[in-house]
Design a protein around this ligand. Structure first.
Ligand SMILES: *[C@@H]1O[C@H](CO)[C@@H](O)[C@H](O)[C@H]1NC(C)=O
Ligand SMILES: *[C@@H]1O[C@H](CO)[C@@H](O)[C@H](O)[C@H]1NC(C)=O
Length: 351
């Protein structure tokens, strides 16, 4: 069953490469109980091999959302590995919470990366949104695999000494910009997005689509507005062709996005993992060159939330750019310019 599903999807994806503007192969990694589907793109043949870059998408993006950066990186001589994370597309969709903890996802990614790195080679890793949070876990726990890290939107902080549930924090007037997560983490949220049409409407809301009269389908206070969700128009940051790809891939295995909202439900498990890591002598210090880019108009992860993150870094560069949450799509020219400049500057570092 699974084999035939993958075969038919592989045929369908042949046409995808052309519409996304870069060549890639679909590959699958079996890790523990799960399968990850990832895109693999090879460096331009005219370029000297520069290294491997791992791109970790956020919520509810997919590997295809990196298309502008994949083109840039292959043109700079990089091999690119862009997985669809658990819960997305052709990758596994476990219903349990544990597979989605940052530590478990980071461990999975380290294994995917190791299947492609040459002996002793170190990679570059880029994360956006939840992908950035997972990248943080990955870089501290598997530092030997990396020479540089780029994070978009989500800043890095060490765990608080006591766990504070989001509901309590908001009650106390903190983290109010994350209030929407109280809705996202509710049991059964997946059921509200069953089937291609509902899923399409969700994507439209998140990529900043509106109704004809300009109402948005989501905000950071209340989360989704189910009264208007079915009336979303195509979103500015997810054009129709991309939307079709996302919907088709997401409904390929099941018409329920099983596990998708688990990304909003692991906070306590992640905190426990981090405290355990710390108690076992794990370090939070990041010594490799790090780039952090945030969008000045991002209502879900405002740039101010990154204040003070420098303290755990030896070599961090921060950029605030004129963009909302979907930096890699909305401000792709500016972001690519920063990445190109910053990757160029890496050559000056002693590795
Ligand atoms: C894999 O699944 C089995 C059976 O559900 C479970 O007992 C085991 O813990 C899982 N392994 C991992 C690594 O999650
Ligand atoms: C957020 O959306 C809700 C509807 O879901 C609406 O009632 C509320 O006014 C909106 N809040 C802001 C700050 O726009």
């Amino acid at each position: 069953m699974r084999f035939s599903l993958f075969t038919s999807l592989a045929m369908f994806t042949l046409g995808l490469a052309a519409s996304l503007g870069f060549d890639y192969t679909d590959e699958y990694a079996h890790i523990g109980n799960n399968t990850y589907h990832y895109l693999r793109a090879e460096p331009a043949s005219t370029k000297k091999y520069a290294g491997t870059a791992l791109l970790v998408h956020g919520w509810p993006d997919m590997a295809y959302g990196w298309h502008n950066q994949i083109s840039l990186l292959t043109s700079l001589g990089y091999r690119v590995i862009a997985p669809n994370m658990l819960g997305y597309g052709q990758s596994s969709r476990p219903a349990a919470l544990e597979p989605y903890t940052h530590e478990n996802l980071a461990n999975d990614l380290s294994q995917i990366l190791q299947t492609v790195l040459k002996d002793g080679e170190k990679g570059i890793v880029v994360g956006h949104d939840w992908g950035a949070a997972i990248v943080w876990s990955l870089v501290v726990r598997h530092s030997q695999l990396f020479k540089a890290v780029i994070n978009l939107s989500v800043p890095f902080f060490t765990p608080a000494p006591e766990y504070v549930d989001l509901a309590d924090a908001i009650e106390a007037g903190q983290r109010t910009f994350q209030r929407y997560m109280l809705q996202f983490r509710q049991p059964g949220m997946e059921n509200r997005f069953q089937g291609a049409e509902k899923y399409r409407h969700m994507l439209r809301a998140i990529y900043e689509g509106t109704t004809v009269d300009g109402q948005s389908g989501i905000n950071n206070t209340n989360g989704f507005n189910f009264d208007v969700l079915d009336h979303m128009q195509v979103a500015p940051f997810l054009p129709q062709n991309m939307e079709d790809i996302y919907v088709r891939e997401m409904t390929s295995q099941s018409d329920l996005p099983v596990g998708l909202f688990n990304y909003y439900r692991t906070a306590k498990l992640d905190w426990e993992d981090d405290i355990a890591w710390q108690n076992n002598g794990g370090s939070w210090q990041i010594d490799i060159p790090s780039l952090f880019v945030c969008g000045k108009k991002d209502q879900f992860v405002p740039c101010q939330s990154a204040q003070g993150m420098e303290r755990n870094f030896k070599d961090l560069q921060k950029f605030e750019i004129d963009s909302g949450h979907w930096i890699q799509i909305e401000a792709h020219d500016k972001l690519n310019e920063i990445i190109r400049y910053w990757i160029g500057s890496l050559k000056c570092h002693k590795q």
